[in-house]
Design a protein around this ligand. Structure first.
Ligand SMILES: [Mg+2]
Length: 220
């Protein structure tokens, strides 16, 4: 007998990038923490907590939330971005990323990326991995155009897809927060446990690998 899964009706899927499609979180956390320790005299534990509690946001915002109005902020942000661009292309995809994109594409669901990383960085990353063709459009961060509402509304308007026919897939609690009131969300539990997503109020699917995403979708 077939297991009955409540599938999410969708016409387009939007994936977060870091920690969802690309296995970049250990690297980003290590440089994020390193920069905080260098500029703000915080312990490793404190910096890790500050990094994790704001992860999913652009680093610029992570710094400004944790160290409001600190004169060192601009320099710290610049140093993080420099470290990141130097080594982001060495970070691997997850082993099931390509297979998952393939399956979703075969379902005739449009695929997008919405990320707090700069758009040009993500486009270059997928070019080098040979995966850029899977995406209708890759949306990255610039001030005033962020992962979440800005990107969801842009996709909805430009491609004439109702916001409630979008499904957002992300690995951070902030990703879930940003889907509230907009679209369905699939949590990828890696950095955060299923329990942490549930505590935030997420009632939809929680998966432990990307390969489990397609079985939660139904093309409208
Ligand atoms: Mg992420």
């Amino acid at each position: 007998m077939e297991t009955i899964v409540n599938r999410l009706e969708c016409a387009a899927i939007i994936f977060d990038f870091d920690g969802t499609l690309a296995d970049s979180m250990p690297f980003l956390e290590s440089i994020g923490v390193q920069v905080m320790r260098k500029y703000y005299d915080v312990s490793k534990e404190d910096a890790t907590e500050k990094y994790r509690s704001t992860t999913g946001l652009p680093y610029e915002q992570q710094i400004k939330l944790n160290f409001p109005n600190n004169p060192k902020n601009d320099e710290a942000i610049e140093e993080f971005e420099k470290f990141k661009i130097n080594r982001i292309f060495e970070q691997e995809l997850f082993s099931d990323t390509e297979q998952t994109l393939q399956e979703v594409q075969l379902m005739d669901i449009d695929i997008f990326v919405s990320s707090s990383t700069f758009q040009s960085t993500i486009v270059e990353y997928f070019k080098r991995k040979g995966l850029l063709e899977y995406f209708v459009e890759v949306l990255g961060y610039r001030p005033g155009f962020e992962k979440g509402a800005d990107h969801f509304e842009y996709v909805s308007k430009k491609y004439e897809i109702a916001v409630d026919e979008l499904v957002f897939v992300g690995d951070s609690l902030k990703d879930y927060e940003r889907s509230i009131g907009y679209c369905d969300f699939i949590a990828v539990s890696r950095m955060f446990s299923e329990e942490q997503f549930r505590k935030m109020g997420h009632e939809g699917p929680v998966v432990h690998e990307l390969a489990a995403v397609p079985e939660h979708l139904e093309r409208t």
